[in-house]
Ligand binder design. Structure first.
Ligand SMILES: Cc1cc2nc3c(=O)[nH]c(=O)nc-3n(C[C@H](O)[C@H](O)[C@H](O)COP(=O)(O)O)c2cc1C
Length: 452
């Protein structure tokens, strides 16, 4: 594989490809979705931290607890027909496989030892992997265990890992900002140096850093001893994929130009209906959307588009039911704040078909294709630009999930789509942009399998 372009081409969905029988999932080898670093001290993060922005944070432990509780922790469970219960988290994840892990370095937090930690999501605790000398502030390093995702989705999984990391980093950044702590995301670091400094296992790859209450570029830190702890083996037979390793290597080259996380620096504006904390903890992916005559109002659409705030991404809207806007396909111009009509008429069958025949994209009030200008990204940022475009799409998705939740609506990220059929439908050549994510918004059907 010579470039991100080869990888992207090879991992496109086509109707023919999908018709060929894909191998059955090897359930006996399903990777554990919760990694623990064993043999190190585990520090408690207080239960029920206050909501971000509501004051009352006592010390460093509670600050950290609040940050992760409102961005990454378990937040609900589902029970299947066979009685199996499984966890859902604050951040969404394709296939609920959660490839993203969270490591963090703290300096100068009250009653909390400066050190290098891994977030133990299964128990909402912090594994102390080393003590450290660190500047005041917090650095969270998000890594991806790509094969957790590849176990189900094959080589296309690397795209989902990038989208996932975009969602998770944005979830963290927004939780920090909602609690009054300035936060910025950095994705342009030396992967190998970060992996070595954190003493990461071979299957965990650093993708993004979120710097909280920190100087630009993050805090300087040095572990006093090598970060310890035995990373839990996720299954008997961890999988390797040459294709995924190759695209990861290619995109790890440092960018010739700095890239900025595309979002306004202030807290997310969710309107008055719901607090950030409630929206973050109650966010869910809709399984499907109610059909009928329920609509989105122009004000709701306005708020959703305002939080989307695209940069490398162009949004194409399939409007099914928005008051005052005729059903059709539109392109959003964020500078003019305008929708340009591209096709008139009912788009429900078209977008469901393009989304691997997933009905929810047609039953929603509104569906989106997020199209990334991958060529410009690569010209400006080198191969690493391939990551940046996907991070941006994930971050947009995260803000849409939260805004939809606050508006009493439902949302679902859609990673499965027929790539080139979508380009043809939108009337764009791949050099003009390629679809990286689909999204659906509307009135969700109740999910009876959900338990708090
Ligand atoms: C990158 C990404 C791709 C996804 N793709 C799909 C999809 O194609 N179809 C779908 O129904 N849900 C999709 N989802 C939603 C996940 O299935 C969902 O996040 C997961 O099951 C966890 O549920 P939750 O979001 O309610 O926590 C996707 C989510 C993400 C983040």
């Amino acid at each position: 594989m010579h470039s991100w372009r080869d990888y992207h081409e090879r991992t496109k969905h086509t109707p023919d490809g999908l018709r060929q029988a894909s191998p059955a999932l090897d359930w006996a080898n399903m990777p554990d979705l919760f990694r623990e670093y064993e043999g190190v001290p585990v520090l408690d993060l207080p239960a029920d931290p206050p909501e971000p922005g509501m004051g009352g944070v006592a010390d460093g432990a509670e600050r950290l607890s609040q940050l992760f509780f409102y961005s990454a922790a378990n937040s609900a469970a589902k029970q299947t027909a066979t009685g199996r219960r499984y966890a859902l988290r604050v951040n969404p994840s394709s296939g609920n496989l959660h490839p993203t892990e969270f490591h963090f370095i703290t300096g100068g937090l009250a009653n909390w030892p400066d050190g290098v930690y891994h977030y133990r999501c299964s128990a909402h605790m912090a594994e102390q992997r080393a003590t450290a000398i660190a500047q005041p502030g917090l650095q969270v390093v998000l890594t991806s265990v790509a094969w957790r995702e590849a176990w189900k989705y094959g080589d296309r999984a690397y795209r989902y890992c990038l989208l996932d990391a975009g969602h998770a980093a944005e979830a963290l950044r927004l939780a920090a900002q909602a609690s009054g702590c300035p936060a910025e995301v950095n994705a342009g670091f030396n992967d190998v140096a970060v992996a070595e400094a954190l003493h990461l296992p071979d299957d965990e790859w650093p993708l993004v850093q979120v710097n909280v209450n920190a100087p630009p570029g993050g805090i300087a830190w040095q572990a006093i001893e090598k970060p310890a702890g035995t990373p839990g083996q996720l299954s008997r037979n961890p999988l390797r994929s040459e294709g995924i390793e190759a695209i990861h290597r290619l995109t790890s080259a440092l960018s010739p130009a700095p890239w900025r996380w595309p979002a306004s620096p202030g807290p997310l504006s969710l309107g008055d209906a719901m607090s950030f904390g409630k929206a973050a903890r109650s966010r869910r992916s809709a399984l499907d959307f109610r059909q009928g005559d329920e609509t989105l109002s122009p004000a709701q659409l306005g708020l959703l588009l305002a939080v989307a705030n695209p940069g490398l991404i162009t949004l194409y809207l399939y409007i099914h039911r928005v008051e005052g806007i005729a059903p059709g396909l539109y392109r959003y111009d964020p500078h003019a704040g305008e929708l340009t009509p591209l096709r008139a008429g009912d788009q429900r069958v078209a977008i469901a078909g393009l989304s691997l025949r997933q009905d929810l994209a047609g039953n929603a009030c509104l569906a989106l294709s997020m199209v990334a200008d991958l060529d410009t990204a690569a010209r400006t940022y080198g191969d690493r630009g391939y990551r940046y475009a996907h991070f941006e799409a994930g971050a947009i998705g995260q803000r849409l999930y939260l805004a939809a939740t606050a508006l009493g609506l439902g949302a679902t990220g859609i990673g499965g789509f027929f790539d080139d059929a979508t380009h043809r439908y939108l009337g764009i050549a791949p050099q003009q942009g390629q679809v990286v994510y689909h999204f659906a918004l509307g009135h969700p059907v109740p999910d009876h399998r959900l338990t708090p």
